[in-house]
Design a protein. Structure first.
Length: 441
């Protein structure tokens, strides 16, 4: 069987799709290789959420196309969200591409690798893997993602995901539990539950408080390590959900609630609703219910029509909220979204400066919160040698999600270093803006 190489871009949800495709191929006898020059078939799983992601995807496709001239590659397949948006353009503008698979056609990977591409498309994309679907994890062996929902029905005016991923649907609860049980048995120590909106989990299956029920089941699994869920829609964070997170030690005290903005007028144009005042009450309730919780959010600056006063309102909101983690996106004007047709577009320099000012504020908040941890002894998921230097090790606290948050750099280990994936105790000795430094005793 030919060797297959993968390039996976974008979010963890996209990574799970890549893992499923690799699992399907491996089960059917294909050999997978991390070396693009050795691969006879190359698959690029793309992202197209915002312009920089589209450009990164295009660059990766062109780079892999070069291996058809200089390497062993004889077939190039493009998969994922970029295909959902620009299927015909990809085939027309990049003739080196031999086949395309949309984000909702993951199961077709075997056909296209065999040269049997299907050109007919389902009217409604409904694909969602289950616990019986083979997966080949591309994450370190101690951590994994589980996709519990797919698609989205929210009408956010800046977002193309509903068009790319289709309508919201949930996996069966028993299917998620079975997959998590298997992963913990295999030695995974941290599971991150993902979806476009995990707080809606189970609604389409008529399960009341579905996410809370699922979390409670997972927290009781034998050998359960850390269990985290990502991407909460603010008006669906129920008291039942918060009480469940507070009650079970295996459930990480961490909430990722993308709020997008604080101005009522901007949020209305985003088709999100609510305002900074309500968000502050929600954050206060979260912190009151779950002692020691880390609250993360994502914000967008430069949305069409955002005035200087509305941006100042956003700055004031961030000062008041004191987020533990914060990501700031510059507004990206995307075709196919409602916001694409709005007036009042801001120039790039203004958007860049507003993002810089907001991140400068958050850097101070993060540094202050990190300094408060110096001298404390905390649980650490040890991950091995640091990417920055072979003289350091690294790991993460429960309040640091993989890839998106900071980490703990370890410069002192008493005796032999722990095995990657071990839970250990670290003493925090120094604080940086986003990372921490500590020693393991």
């Amino acid at each position: 069987m030919p060797k297959v190489g993968f390039v996976s871009l974008g979010c963890p949800k996209n990574l799970v799709d890549s893992e499923v495709m690799m699992g399907l191929l491996a089960r059917n006898g294909y050999e997978l290789t991390p070396r693009a020059e050795e691969a006879e078939i190359l698959v690029v799983n793309t992202c197209s959420f915002i312009h920089p992601a589209k450009q990164e995807s295009i660059n990766a496709i062109l780079e892999m196309a070069g291996h058809k001239k200089t390497g062993a590659a004889r077939r190039l397949i493009v998969a994922g969200c970029l295909v959902e948006r620009y299927r015909d353009e990809i085939r027309k503008e990049i003739p080196e591409v031999d086949a395309v698979i949309g984000a909702n056609e993951v199961e077709q990977i075997l056909d296209v690798c065999a040269g049997e591409e299907k050109h007919s498309r389902k009217a409604v994309p409904l694909y969602l893997y289950d616990d019986a679907t083979p997966r080949l994890l591309a994450t370190p062996r101690h951590t994994a993602y589980i996709k519990i929902t797919e698609g989205c029905d929210h009408p956010c005016s800046f977002c193309v995901i509903p068009k790319l991923r289709g309508p919201f649907r949930s996996r069966r609860l028993e299917s998620v539990v079975a997959e998590a049980k298997r992963l913990f048995h295999q030695g995974v120590r941290e599971i991150n539950l993902i979806g476009q909106d995990t707080t809606r989990y189970g609604e389409d299956l008529r399960i009341q408080d579905g996410l809370a029920l699922l979390l409670e089941r997972l927290a009781q699994l034998p050998g359960a390590g850390w269990i985290r869920f990502l991407y909460c829609y603010p008006n669906r964070v129920t008291q039942k959900l918060l009480d469940t997170v507070a009650a079970w030690p295996a459930l990480v005290k961490y909430l990722d609630i993308p709020l997008q903005h604080a101005s009522r007028e901007v949020l209305k144009r985003m088709r999100r609703g609510q305002d900074g005042g309500r968000f502050l009450k929600l954050i206060e309730r979260v912190r009151r219910t779950i002692p020691g919780v880390a609250v993360r959010t994502s914000l967008i600056v430069g949305f069409p029509g955002e005035t200087e006063a509305q941006f100042e309102e956003l700055l004031g909101f961030v000062r008041a909220a004191q987020f533990d983690r914060l990501g700031v996106f510059a507004y990206s004007d995307e075709e196919g979204t409602r916001s694409f047709g709005l007036g009042g577009k801001l120039d790039g320099r203004t958007i860049h400066n507003r993002r810089r000012r907001l991140m400068a504020l958050q850097r101070k908040i993060s540094a202050r919160k990190n300094r408060a941890l110096v001298g404390r002894r905390m649980g650490l998921l040890f991950e091995g040698l640091a990417a920055e230097s072979e003289l350091l090790w690294e790991g993460r606290l429960a309040t640091q999600a993989p890839e998106i948050d900071g980490k703990v750099l370890v410069n002192d280990v008493a005796g032999a270093p722990p095995a990657p994936g071990s839970f250990v105790t670290v003493e925090i000795t120094r604080a940086l803006d986003y990372d921490l430094i500590g020693r393991i005793q």
